[in-house]
Write a protein that binds this ligand. Structure first.
Ligand code: FUL
Length: 474
């Protein structure tokens, strides 16, 4: 190195030391897009299954239903959006077309739609109503356009892919911002053979709505969690090896846990219905999940690094049923009570080591964007948290700064009671959020031991909470 170079580089080096910039946390091998980070912070999404099935009492329509049967008497998409908002949801996804092929918007490419129904004399458009209501209530809006179409005559021929693309283009261009495009691989046993041109579907969405995230078994952006019970694996990586997964034939266990070695960031979305069926059936009015069951699902989805996509099917009036609304209201109220008071807020935190200025107090500053990181050389690290005073808690929350990747693969939490450290909880992955339920414990000293990680260890937030009494009704 020439002296001339040293004269230039030395001041830069000292300046970096002063600002701590030399010790920043490098992104992991696979990281999310900014849209995927925002998506995961949404946590709760509502799903709206509504079509001719609502009026025929079926789950999978035949495709032969007359549009004449679609006639909600009081359809009010604002009531759906208002309910979702009150429940803490950030987005609503509508079945614009389910497997029966009936379109909830007046598509120019088929007669099998609302335009031939008696509802509002054929002038109604459910997609429009919900897109507008979402905009009014500050919710994102997404669409489910079923590839399997039991009505469309071209289904089973190559022409169908173009038909599907035409319909998709209508949805992507006529209703403002679409932030999630949702499709599945469901197909009945007797369905005609049909190879969907998924690549063309993805390309169209990327081109017309570049910020939209796309859901299927294999992403590209959001993956099915592998079951319809709303439950993520206790180990749940946001990465998978996306290539090679066949939509409709994916390995459900693999989707449930993700893959530490995965090549792409494809967040797991946990779909489940508030009732046994996806569509409304009067016989299920007394089978709505209880608020406690819904809270439990929150722990098993959002609390395991996923998002919860909760279906609420409008009834024949075109309204969310009173029983569903009541369950959602109480669900929200319980979550708010449980998580309103973080006992660890403002605690004194020390760490076995730290990277540059990324100090341990940053895990109790209520700011997801700031984080503590351990020094690059360590494969494990310990944080010790001293609460301002002794407190009783039975819920633990950990969060990783996922915008720089997901790293931790083994951790445990210990408490000090009567001078001894005792393990009270532990697990494998953390990701965006990990929630743990434990028996109530009273202490002011807690340790987080991170035993394994596949890149430099970092934590964004840590929380201790006392669950609402109403949670325990479950
Ligand atoms: C499945 C469909 O077959 C169900 O009817 C429902 O829409 C569910 C969310 O996805 O694949």
């Amino acid at each position: 190195m020439k002296v001339r170079h040293l004269i230039i580089l030395l001041p830069v080096f000292f300046l970096n030391c002063l600002t701590g910039r030399q010790a920043s946390l490098k992104p992991a091998r696979v990281v999310p897009t900014p849209q995927q980070v925002i998506y995961q912070q949404m946590e709760l999404i509502g799903f709206v299954h509504f079509t001719v099935n609502t009026f025929t009492d079926l789950e999978w329509g035949e495709g032969t239903e007359s549009p004449q049967i679609f006639n909600p008497t009081q359809l009010d998409a604002r009531q759906w959006a208002q309910t979702a908002k009150n429940a803490g949801m950030k987005k609503l996804i509508l079945t614009a077309k389910h497997h029966d092929g009936f379109c909830l918007w007046p598509s120019a490419y088929t007669e099998h739609s609302v335009k031939n129904s008696p509802w509002r004399n054929g002038t109604g458009d459910v997609v429009r109503d919900l897109a507008d209501a979402c905009a009014e209530f500050g919710l994102c809006f997404g669409v489910y356009l079923s590839p399997w179409d039991r009505h469309e005559p071209t289904y089973g021929t190559n022409k169908y892919n173009q038909f599907y693309l035409n319909q998709l283009e209508e949805l992507l261009t006529q209703y403002g911002e679409i932030c999630e495009f949702w499709i599945d691989g469901a197909k009945g046993e007797n369905a005609r053979d049909m190879e969907y041109d998924f690549d063309a579907f993805w390309d169209l969405v990327r081109r017309l709505q570049p910020n939209a995230l796309m859901f299927s078994d294999a992403g590209p952006d959001i993956r099915w969690i592998g079951n319809e019970h709303g439950i993520a694996g206790e180990t749940n990586w946001s990465m998978i090896k996306r290539d090679g997964i066949v939509i409709g034939k994916a390995d459900q266990k693999y989707l449930n846990s993700g893959d530490a070695e995965g090549t792409h960031w494809v967040v797991g979305e946990c779909d489940v219905s508030i009732r046994p069926g996806w569509f409304y059936h009067p016989s299920e009015d007394d089978k709505v999940k209880t608020p406690q069951q819904l809270v439990d699902l929150y722990y098993k989805s959002v609390g395991r690094n996923g998002t919860l996509l909760l279906n609420i099917p409008p009834d024949r009036r075109g309204l969310f049923h009173e029983n569903d609304v009541a369950a959602l209201t109480e669900f929200r109220s319980i979550l708010e009570e449980t998580f309103q008071n973080n006992l660890a807020a403002g605690a004194q935190v020390t760490a076995s080591n730290q990277l540059g200025k990324l100090s341990p107090e940053l895990i109790v500053d209520d700011d997801f964007n700031s984080y503590w990181a351990a020094s690059k050389k360590t494969k494990s690290a310990t944080l010790e948290i001293l609460l301002p005073e002794k407190g009783t808690f039975d819920r633990i929350m950990l969060q990783e700064p996922i915008f720089l990747g997901q790293r931790i693969s083994k951790f445990k939490v210990q408490v000090n009671t009567a001078g001894e450290w005792k393990d009270i909880a532990g697990g494998t992955t953390i990701g965006y959020k990990r929630l743990l339920k434990i028996e109530p414990v009273q202490t002011d000293r807690i340790r987080v031991v991170i035993a394994e990680a596949n890149a430099t260890i970092a934590l964004s937030e840590f929380g201790l909470f006392k669950a609402s009494e109403r949670e325990s009704d479950f």
